[in-house]
Design a protein around this ligand. Structure first.
Ligand code: ADP
Length: 494
């Protein structure tokens, strides 16, 4: 008889909530997904309705569990992975949020962050949290809600309110009031000292966040809580939680020092495991907790590209030169080069390692020979050039990469993966598993429930689907990167 035991992973992302049931061999056996509303109250503001996050999560849990059980799968435990930094504050008695979730992309607290930077606090914040002083992280979002919602600050100080990132909010709701977070999510709040693994009193004072709001921080695998009866998955334990990029790194078996992955979605996130050392970047990369299991804490260096898949979306919806993202591959292949055209997709500024919020995009090097194919190819190439810049910054910080594992929607573009290998001068490895983020959460849940022994068990479940080897010489690479740098120089404001 085949083993029909399985693990449920909840993947609560920025644009959709998903639930995937994995067999213990790591095969997805049921999947449900639901998109939810993006709320843009003002330019630069992004919110989610926490009730929609909750309802969509419950709906996909029910759908995936029903489908798996109908096929005879016995689900043993649950893991949660989530969009990171997104901030929710709720009433401890009613469980009702006092304001919408403020999403990680939201820039409303830029002035508060700039003020703290002008007062000279960034160095201390970086040393303790591994992060930059930026609206991206939760701390300034918490303060905004407390200052803007009448009575909220006093209620927070009186212990009547709870703060959580999305995993913490979902755990509270699913368990009927257990208030916990995990080390990876806590490391994105800008309130957590990643060196010692504690909420930091000085940071709480600096950002004006009362300690009474905070969840207890747990390792990534262990017994968090039971799902309350009457809810989807009622009675199941929750035994793993981690932020989405850390979960993807685990799902890609990047749990050893030196291993690295990049996830290509709307944006792209590169994480390099640095083992037990929290490496401080001299190039504006982030240092973050990769995972914490049974008293062992591992760190990662992280860099993000703001426009990856969104460049293709713009080529399709903004410019109208491709019908769908898949077209870009044939267009890129139809020409031998872009004829000197470079695109810098700084639609919303530039991310790591530049962090230039004011920069705006450009297409340079146009001639009468430039057509849609050159522009589409330049858009794809730009994604690889940005990866090369991130990797160069990581190397300058002492990372010695041997290969790059890739996942996310863009990785099915084989032409782009080859160009990426050429530009980063490393083997690029694409796994069979396309659901690495949810898979990482399932692995953590399996470890927390005692089904798996350790992260080493990921290895047996990670299978290469394709690899792309660098195929151009250093001079050709150098020439292309110089052209890119010249284009980049035209859009940078600093
Ligand atoms: P997210 O979870 O951020 O929505 P996904 O992992 O689903 O992202 O990836 C979707 C992104 O991948 C889209 O932005 C899309 O433009 C891009 N994409 C999809 N297919 C291709 C392709 N063949 N070539 C290049 N980009 C692609």
């Amino acid at each position: 008889m085949s083993d029909k035991r399985a693990i449920l992973a909840i993947d609560q992302g920025t644009t959709s909530s998903r639930a995937i049931v994995f067999s213990l061999e790591g095969e997805p056996v049921a999947l449900a997904q639901r998109e939810f509303t993006q709320i843009y109250p003002q330019p630069g503001w992004v919110e989610h309705d926490p009730e929609e996050i909750w309802e969509s999560t419950c709906a996909v849990m029910t759908e995936a569990l029903d489908a798996a059980r109908e096929n005879g799968w016995q689900v043993l435990t649950t893991g949660i992975t989530n969009q990171r930094e997104t901030t929710i504050i709720w009433d401890r008695v009613t469980g009702m949020p006092i304001y919408n979730a403020i999403v990680w992309q939201d820039r409303r607290t830029a002035a508060r962050c700039a003020m703290l930077a002008a007062q000279g606090h960034e160095e201390m914040i970086s040393a303790r949290t591994g992060l930059l002083l930026d609206p991206y992280f939760s701390a300034s979002k918490i303060a905004w809600i407390l200052d803007e919602i009448p009575g909220a600050r006093a209620r927070a100080e009186a212990g009547e309110l709870a703060f959580g990132t999305v995993e913490s909010f979902l755990l509270w709701r699913l368990s009927g009031g257990v208030h916990l977070s995990d080390a990876t999510n806590a490391s994105r709040t800008s309130l957590y000292d990643i060196n010692i693994g504690k909420w930091d009193e000085e940071l709480l004072a600096l950002f004006e966040v009362p300690a009474a709001l905070l969840p207890t921080v747990c390792p990534n695998a262990g017994k968090f809580a039971l799902i309350a009866q009457g809810l989807p998955g009622g009675g199941l334990p929750i035994t793993g939680m981690a932020g989405d990029q850390q979960a993807a790194a685990i799902g890609q078996a990047c749990y050893r020092p030196g291993e690295m992955k990049i996830t290509f979605g709307t944006g792209a996130f590169m994480l390099a495991n640095t083992g037990d050392k929290a490496v401080q970047s001299a190039h504006r990369l982030l240092t973050t907790i990769a995972w914490e299991i049974e008293g062992v804490r591992s760190y990662a260096m992280e860099g993000s590209i703001l426009s990856a898949g969104s460049t293709l979306q713009w080529l399709r919806d903004g410019l109208g030169i491709i019908e769908n993202a898949d077209d870009s591959e044939d267009m890129a292949k139809s020409i031998i080069d872009t004829g000197g055209v470079y695109m810098v997709p700084a639609f919303a500024g530039l991310g790591a390692p530049w962090w230039d919020a004011e920069a705006r995009g450009a297409i340079v090097g146009l001639t009468r020979g430039t057509g849609p194919a050159q522009i589409a190819r330049a858009g794809l190439e730009a994604v690889a050039y940005q990866c090369a810049d991130l990797l160069a910054a990581m190397k300058a910080d002492g990372i010695v990469p041997k290969r790059l594992k890739v996942d996310g929607g863009m990785t099915k573009n084989a032409w782009l993966m080859q160009f990426l290998a050429d530009m980063v001068a490393l083997p690029v490895l694409r796994p069979q598993m396309t659901e690495t983020t949810a898979f990482g959460a399932a692995m953590l849940a399996g470890i927390g429930a005692g089904i798996f022994e350790s992260l080493i068990d990921v290895d047996a479940r990670w299978h290469e689907e394709a690899s792309f080897m660098p195929s151009i010489d250093a001079a050709e690479r150098q020439a292309k990167l110089e052209g890119w740098n010249e284009a980049l120089g035209r859009v940078k404001t600093g």
